[in-house]
Design a protein around this ligand. Structure first.
Ligand code: ADP
Length: 244
């Protein structure tokens, strides 16, 4: 349901993505690992079209953008709705409450009726365990709670796929678990997810497949039990030895 073909991204002289090919089936959870600077975040940002790929084709549920041609802004805006992005630093609106943060997308982007959006946002905050914190501002919430608001906000747009960019790496260690719990629940409900993370335990427990990226290419992909115990590529082995 998601396919990436020949994805390239260049920043000035720096070629960051050098031809990524990837397919992710509906309801699958893919964890992306790899050294810092290997292009993991850039790949997610290209999928969300926060970065415009230099070339390549991205398809989600039958909607396709071919970046070797000029892609109209309107198509990008529509395509972006197919993905929900969860950022490392939450990116919440500081002057809006948790509830208002979650309502914002449906009201502003989708033109949803405010009372309906409020109801939906409340249900989503309940789902991520923040039913009692709806009227709190981000500054009154812990990092783990803010990130759970971030997840609810992305879900509010009813995306086809959720993209997570190191969602727990800004958190104090004791707050990581509550965010991973919510992510695992989502995975179990059948949400399609692409997750860039250093949480190898999450990868082992929740991923259908692990992708190892290095130098702007996918070096290896396999089931977690295979890639962690029996990596095929030397580069994968070296990376796993360093982090485990
Ligand atoms: P990773 O997520 O694997 O750490 P990134 O995708 O963040 O890797 O970055 C890959 C490379 O692209 C890095 O060298 C980074 O400095 C560069 N890069 C990322 N975003 C930009 C940008 N907006 N402008 C210029 N270079 C960038």
């Amino acid at each position: 349901m998601i396919s990436i073909k020949g994805l390239h991204k260049q920043f000035d002289q720096l070629e960051v993505l050098k031809g990524i090919d990837l397919e992710v089936g509906k309801g699958k959870v893919v964890v992306v690992i790899g050294p810092s600077g290997s292009g993991k975040t850039t790949m997610l940002r290209c999928l969300n079209v926060l970065e415009i790929p230099t070339k390549g084709i991205i398809s989600i549920e039958g909607h396709s953008l071919d970046f070797s041609k000029n892609v109209p802004k309107k198509s990008i805006a529509l395509f972006r709705r197919l993905t929900g992005m969860v950022f490392q630093n939450y990116n919440l609106f500081p002057h809006k409450t948790a509830l208002e943060n979650v309502m914002e997308g449906p009201v502003v982007v989708k033109g949803m009726d405010k009372s309906k959006a409020r109801e939906k946002a409340a249900a989503l905050l309940q789902k991520v365990g923040l039913g009692d914190k709806m009227d709190y501002y981000p500054s009154q919430l812990s990092g783990g709670q803010q990130q759970r608001v971030g997840i609810a906000r992305a879900l509010a747009m009813e995306p086809e796929v959720m993209l997570f960019d190191e969602p727990t790496s800004a958190l104090d260690p004791e707050l990581v678990g509550e965010v991973l719990r919510v992510m695992k629940d989502l995975a179990q409900e059948g949400m399609t997810m692409i997750v860039v993370t250093h949480e190898m335990r999450f990868a082992r427990e929740a991923a259908d497949e692990v992708i190892f990226m290095d130098g702007g290419v996918v070096v290896e992909r396999n089931k977690p039990e295979e890639i962690f115990t029996n990596p095929k590529e030397e580069r994968t082995r070296k990376f796993l030895n360093m982090i485990q």
